[in-house]
Design a protein around this ligand. Structure first.
Ligand SMILES: Cc1cc2nc3c(=O)[nH]c(=O)nc-3n(C[C@H](O)[C@H](O)[C@H](O)COP(=O)(O)OP(=O)(O)OC[C@H]3O[C@@H](n4cnc5c(N)ncnc54)[C@H](O)[C@@H]3O)c2cc1C
Ligand code: FES
Length: 355
C-alpha cells in the first residue's frame, strides 16, 4: 500500500473515493475508542480541523449512516481517525466498539461540515467541550500544535470524572510544549481510581472568569451534549459575550434541525409519494421537502442534518422526478444511479422511493 519514496499519493477525492481501511484501534477511556484509517488506495486527506465524515455501515441487513468528526489533524494527511463513545445500545457506536478490527474496511463520505477553525497567529480562542464533543476541538488543537500557529488558545474540557477524560495525556503534553495553549479539565465527580484534584463541578461564569478572565476577547468554539451547550450559551449571552463570535457543533443534528425546520403541514393536494419498503403512500405538495412532509405524517425515516450535507437520508428513487438542492451529502455518480437525499428534495411528479 505504501507509495515509492518521494511520490506523493493523490488527494482523497470524496466524489470517487469511499473505502477506508482500519489500521489501528486505541482504547481512550473505558467507553471511548479511536479508530485510525487509511484509504484503500494510497491517498492523502485534505480537510479543515473540525470537519466530519459520514460512515455507512450495514448492520442486521440494514444500511445505517452516522457522522463522526475527524479527531485526527489534517497536518498528518496520510491517515484519518475518529473517536467514538459507546452509547448504551446505540447500534453503530456499539458495532464499531465490538466488531471493527484492523484490516476491516468501511465506506465513508466527506470530509465535510462548516464547524472548523484554523487558529491564526495573534488570534485568541476559547475551545469549550464536554464528553465526546472534544473530538473537533482536539483536531483543531493538534493542528495548532503541529503548525506552531502562534495562536492563544484556552481549552476548557468538561467530563463526568477523571476516568472519562479523553486525550488527557496528549493534551497535557501539547500544553507543555505550545506556549499559547492552556488546557483545563473540569470533572463533575471523582472516579473510583482517582480523587480529582482539579476544578470540580460544572462550568459556570465564576469558573470561566477564573480560567480565562479575558474570555470576552476570545472566539468561542464549542461542542458537547445539548444540555451543556444550551447552558454555556445562556451563560455567555448573560455575560455580555459577543455571540457573533460563537461557533458551535452539535452531534445531534436532529435537535438543531427540529428547531429550524419549517413546520410541514400534511397535504391533500400534491404528488403521490410511495415509500416502498415502509409500505406507505402519502401526498406531498410540490413546495415541500419529502423528509419534512413524511415526518409530518408521523413517519420515522433516517435523517441527521436535514440540510443535504451528511448523506444520512439517502434513498433510491425507483420512479419519478425531484427538484434537489444537495450540499455535499451525495456524489454525482450516486445521483446518476438514481439516489436522492430526501431532506432536500421536493417532488416534481408522483414518486416511488425505496425506503
Ligand atoms: C456532525 C456530527 C459529528 C459527530 N461526531 C462524533 C464523534 O466524534 N464521536 C462520537 O462518539 N459521536 C459523534 N457523533 C454522533 C454519532 O453520529 C452517533 O450519533 C453516535 O455514535 C451514536 O450512534 P448509535 O447508532 O450508536 O446510537 P443512536 O441510536 O444514533 O443514538 C442513541 C442516542 O444517543 C444520543 N447520542 C448520540 N451521540 C451521542 C454522544 N456522543 N453522547 C451522548 N449521547 C449521544 C442520540 O441523540 C440518541 O438519542 C457525531 C454526530 C454528528 C451529527
Ligand atoms: S439528513 Fe443529512 S443529507 Fe439528508
Amino acid at each position: 500500500m505504501s507509495m515509492s519514496q518521494g511520490t506523493p499519493a493523490p488527494q482523497w477525492n470524496p466524489d470517487q473515493d469511499e473505502t477506508l481501511v482500519c489500521c489501528a484501534i486505541r482504547q481512550e477511556t473505558h467507553d471511548v475508542k479511536t479508530f485510525i484509517f487509511q484509504a484503500e488506495q494510497p491517498r492523502r486527506f485534505h480537510y479543515q480541523p473540525g470537519q466530519f465524515m459520514t460512515f455507512s455501515l450495514t448492520i442486521g441487513g440494514e444500511e445505517i449512516h452516522r457522522c463522526y468528526t475527524l479527531s485526527s489533524t489534517p497536518t498528518r494527511p496520510d491517515r484519518v481517525s475518529i473517536t467514538v463513545k459507546r452509547i448504551g445500545d446505540g447500534p453503530v457506536s456499539s458495532w464499531l466498539h465490538e466488531n471493527l478490527r484492523p484490516g476491516a474496511s468501511l465506506k465513508a463520505l466527506g470530509p465535510m461540515g462548516d464547524f472548523f477553525c484554523e487558529a491564526r497567529a495573534g488570534g485568541k480562542y476559547l475551545y469549550l467541550s464536554a464528553g465526546s464533543g472534544i473530538t473537533p476541538l482536539m483536531s483543531m488543537t493538534r493542528s495548532h500544535h503541529d503548525l506552531a500557529s502562534g495562536a492563544d488558545i484556552a481549552f476548557v474540557h468538561s467530563a463526568r470524572s477523571p476516568a472519562d477524560l479523553i486525550f488527557r495525556d496528549e493534551l497535557d503534553l501539547m500544553a507543555k510544549s505550545a506556549p499559547g495553549l492552556k488546557v483545563t479539565a473540569i470533572c463533575e465527580t471523582d472516579s473510583e481510581a482517582e480523587v480529582w484534584a482539579g476544578h470540580k463541578g460544572r462550568i459556570d461564569l465564576a469558573l470561566l472568569e477564573a480560567i480565562a478572565p479575558d474570555f470576552r476577547e476570545r472566539e468561542v468554539y464549542i461542542c458537547g451534549p445539548a444540555p451543556y451547550m444550551a447552558a454555556v450559551k445562556t451563560m455567555l449571552e448573560n455575560a455580555g459575550y459577543d455571540m457573533a463570535r460563537y461557533h458551535s457543533e452539535s452531534f445531534d443534528f436532529g435537535e438543531l434541525s427540529a428547531a429550524s425546520e419549517p413546520e410541514a403541514s400534511t397535504s391533500t393536494e400534491g404528488f403521490s409519494v410511495e415509500f416502498k419498503l415502509t409500505r406507505r403512500t402519502i401526498t406531498i405538495a410540490p413546495d415541500k421537502f419529502i423528509l419534512a412532509a413524511a415526518k409530518a405524517e408521523g413517519m420515522r425515516l433516517p435523517s441527521s442534518c436535514t440540510k443535504g450535507m451528511c448523506g444520512t437520508c439517502k434513498c433510491r428513487l425507483v420512479s419519478g422526478t425531484v427538484d434537489m438542492t444537495p450540499a455535499g451529502g451525495i456524489r454525482q455518480r450516486e445521483i446518476d444511479q438514481g439516489m436522492i437525499l430526501i431532506c432536500c428534495a421536493k417532488p416534481t411528479s408522483d414518486l416511488v422511493i425505496e425506503r
